[in-house]
Design a protein around this ligand. Structure first.
Ligand SMILES: [Zn+2]
Length: 293
């Protein structure tokens, strides 16, 4: 699984994943970003099993010991060693932009025991969420919306310092943007967040998550034109204190998991952690795996 240092940064690209490269407008199967889902905040202490015995990085029962890595592919950033604890060769390659359209990713086809955590919006900002992410040592892709973080953008610096990255979830979070807006309005709502992220977090996002999950070819073009590499949806989500799966009833290698900065953050993260440990997966930063950090 996890090899030692290698001169080969990426193995042969695997294009088996069923990306909807040619698809037209698609609506993701699971709802996202709907406030109605958070009707009963279930704030529980960090009661997930296994929070003390930690055999491997962020608790995963991974093989081999921890190996501080120097990224084999790109120039290591100061946080690279924090995000990826083991040296391994990503066995997946992000599809390129074709015909001006950014690819859409729901799941990563990989043989590695990895799972990707993504956290959206940014409405509820609690010290507890910072503490828990640090305790579990999880890196995550944070798809933030300008309008929901603008009251306290500095809050997210703590996650960034832990190895997470800020990505693009638009300025206004219009969940009907695919239906209501043409190219230019969509592009404006993306570019505004690109610039906001750069201004506050020092990096222009490379990944885009559509508010609500719906996307179209118009959106895919706007994403590519805004300088981003892919639209990222999800395969499973932690919501209302439990896991919801689009396929099966457990996490699988390469799954992209959706969470939100909500009042029930602790309960959602506990549900994710239990599932992650049960599946023996390591939480790895999606951007590192895709080479778009
Ligand atoms: Zn959202």
């Amino acid at each position: 699984m996890f090899g030692g240092h290698s001169a080969v940064p990426f193995s042969t690209p695997s294009r088996r994943a069923a990306f909807s490269i040619l698809g037209a407008s698609v609506v993701a199967g699971l709802t996202a970003c709907t406030a109605a889902e958070s009707s009963t905040p279930a704030l529980t202490p960090s009661g997930a099993a296994g929070s003390t015995e930690v055999p491997g990085p962020n608790g995963a029962l991974a093989v081999g010991g921890e190996i501080p890595t120097s990224s084999a592919s790109q120039a290591p950033t100061p946080t690279a060693t924090k995000r990826i604890r083991k040296t391994f060769i990503p066995d997946y390659q992000l599809p390129p932009i074709v015909g001006g359209l950014a690819p859409v990713i729901t799941k990563i086809e990989t043989q590695h025991p990895v799972v990707f955590l993504t956290i959206d919006d940014g409405n509820i900002k609690t010290p507890e969420s910072i503490k828990l992410m640090a305790e579990y040592d999880y890196p995550a892709s944070l798809f933030l919306t300008k309008d929901t973080v603008a009251d306290n953008p500095a809050f997210f610096n703590a996650f960034k310092a832990q190895g997470s990255l800020i990505e693009n979830h638009t300025v206004t979070h219009n969940i009907n943007m695919v239906r209501q807006w043409g190219y230019q309005q969509q592009a404006n709502d993306m570019v505004g967040m690109q610039e906001y992220a750069f201004q506050h977090y020092g990096r222009r996002p490379t990944l885009f998550r559509p508010p609500g999950g719906a996307y179209s070819n118009v959106m895919r073009k706007a994403v590519a034109d805004a300088g981003m590499k892919a639209i990222v949806t999800w395969e499973a989500k932690a919501n209302a204190g439990k896991m919801d799966y689009q396929v099966g009833n457990s996490l699988r290698p390469g799954d992209i998991v959706l969470m939100h900065f909500r009042a029930e953050f602790a309960a959602d993260l506990a549900a994710f952690r239990a599932a992650q440990l049960a599946a023996g997966l390591e939480v790895v930063l999606l951007e590192d795996f895709l080479g778009v950090a």
